[in-house]
Design a protein around this ligand. Structure first.
Ligand SMILES: Cc1ncc(COP(=O)(O)O)c(C=O)c1O
Length: 500
């Protein structure tokens, strides 16, 4: 195992295993199964669900046997079963490490390969596209913003058009929004980017070198994971539990691994919808400073608060002493429209300068017209956000009702915000199901697309509630059909892997 690898203590693993003696049976049961087999199955399930990261060093046999109250022979036998099935590897003198068998990783490594075709992101009765969790443009607001942008153009066309920091009017509008939400911010701390994705890309390319560790949640936003991989950095997953971040686990990983960068989505996490509490945010920011790591908090989804108030800005919840290593990105995409490719990064002024200077080698600058429109939207009446929220709540209810009725064995947590249900199915079949669903005219992402480790989340699918209720009901009906009946149409050769 190259470099520092995560470790898991015996007590922690025992806690994560839960009632493992009944593993293997369809939700409970399993009486009569040898203990070692039940233990190995439960550990395997944790790996496949992404709750034990690949490469994690397993506890010593003796400590695990003590923590679980079983004989050491049982643990030795369970580890040996895991090695036989490819879910663990041993290194002479240095213990056992979590692994996945070759075939599993290949089978579930992320659904479909991009082939250059870019999906329209639209849905018709024929093909229901649930690949992107994105807002529909509030057309009258967008049109008014574009007219205002056109009116502002004479004042702004005097400059060359390449503005690596972004237009002053937009930097001011973004800074003012932070101030209004209780976080004093000067325009100098804002760098305008091409969507939040542009900010993530800049941070990854500028701050990370090949081989650097980047701490990520697992599951997480796939484009961020791909961006870190493209920068030749190494995403190091911190598994999320059913209820979100395990208290202290992100901090422990920071201390253990001292990554170059830690990336997290604290508000209505994509895909799980989890919301981090302010104390946890402060504690993670502190741990990042102590570990000497940069922290990038992605607030793209912050405004999509459906059952709770919009959370305070991440940087408002941390101690001032920890702010120097904290960067935050945000965007117009979820609260307004993703087609306006405008986002931003908020950080210490010297980092803003550094990223702006490096930008020439990436994308030079963001489009002036889009920036003017974004500024007009941010300065204008924000009533459209509440309209979006009302629609999303209705759509979420419709999707939940359809899922509950059609798949009573599927489990999910009702997210307080965000745009997706993250569903745990009753079988490990996400990749195959997403392929078959396509032949029935539904495009969905399988769980493995969101895993930081290949071969994980094969029991999960993500269903965004961004379409009208009747289309969501029809999508669920087709997914149910796809489970049992071969589809009427061939799987398209040209399928986009686009995810948002
Ligand atoms: C967590 C997260 N970050 C970033 C993005 C990308 O945002 P943008 O469209 O502003 O680039 C998305 C889009 O889905 C997202 O979910």
């Amino acid at each position: 195992m190259p470099g520092a690898m995560p470790t898991i203590g015996a007590g922690q693993l025992a806690q994560r295993l839960g009632p493992w003696r009944s593993a293997g049976e369809p939700e409970g049961g399993g009486r009569g199964k040898p203990l070692q087999a039940a233990l190995a199955e439960r550990i395997t399930a944790l790996v496949l669900d992404g709750r034990l990261a690949l490469g994690t060093r397993m506890p010593a046999e003796r400590s695990l046997s003590e923590a679980l109250g079983v004989s050491r022979t049982t643990v030795t036998a369970a580890y040996s079963l895991l090695r036989e099935s490819g879910f663990a590897v041993s290194r002479q003198g240095s213990g056992s490490y979590v692994s996945v068998p070759h075939g599993v990783a290949a089978r579930t490594a992320g659904g479909y390969q991009p082939d250059g075709h870019v999906g329209s992101g639209s849905s018709s009765e024929d093909v229901i596209d649930l690949m992107c969790a994105a807002a529909i443009a509030p057309l009258p607001v967008l049109q008014a913003a574009l007219r205002s942008a056109a009116d502002q153009l004479p004042v702004n066309s005097g400059v060359g058009g390449y503005l690596p920091y972004g237009l002053d009017v937009l930097r001011e509008a973004v800074a003012d929004r932070y101030c209004a939400r209780g976080l004093p911010t000067s325009p100098d701390q804002i760098l305008v980017t091409n969507g939040a994705q542009g900010a993530i890309t800049m941070v990854a390319r500028q701050l990370c070198a090949a081989g650097d560790r980047v701490l990520v949640e697992s599951p997480s936003y796939p484009n961020a994971l791909d961006t870190f991989r493209a920068a030749h950095a190494r995403p190091m997953p911190v598994p999320l539990e059913e209820h979100g971040w395990v208290r202290g686990s992100y901090e422990n990983a920071l201390v253990q691994l001292r990554p170059r960068l830690a990336y997290l989505i604290p508000h209505f996490q994509n895909p799980t919808g989890h919301l981090m509490d302010p104390d946890a945010q402060a504690s993670i920011a502190r741990a990042a400073r102590l570990a000497g790591s940069w922290l990038l908090a992605d607030e793209t989804i912050t405004d999509v608060a459906l059952d709770v108030p919009v959370p305070p800005p991440f940087a408002a919840t941390i101690r001032a002493a920890d702010a120097e290593s904290v960067l935050v990105c945000g965007s117009m995409a979820k609260s307004f429209w993703g087609g306006l490719r405008i986002g931003w990064l908020r950080g210490p002024v010297r980092v803003v300068h550094e990223l702006a200077a490096a930008r020439a080698a990436m994308d030079l600058a963001s489009p002036v017209l889009d920036q003017l429109a974004a500024a007009a939207v941010l300065r204008g009446d924000q009533g459209y956000v509440e309209e979006h929220r009302t629609r999303w709540r209705e759509q979420r209810a419709a999707l939940m009702a359809a899922v509950d009725e059609t798949f009573p064995a599927w489990q999910y947590r009702v997210p307080e915000g965000g745009l997706c249900l993250w569903l745990r199915m009753d079988r490990d079949e996400a990749t195959a199901l997403s392929q078959r669903a396509q032949t029935h005219g539904v495009m969905v992402h399988a769980g493995p697309r969101f895993g930081a480790d290949a071969g994980t989340f094969e029991r999960y699918v993500r269903l965004p509630y961004v379409l009208p209720p009747e289309l969501l009901r029809e999508a669920v009906r087709r997914i149910a059909l796809a489970r049992t009946v071969p589809g009427p149409r061939p799987a398209a050769d040209h399928r986009s892997d686009l995810v948002a």
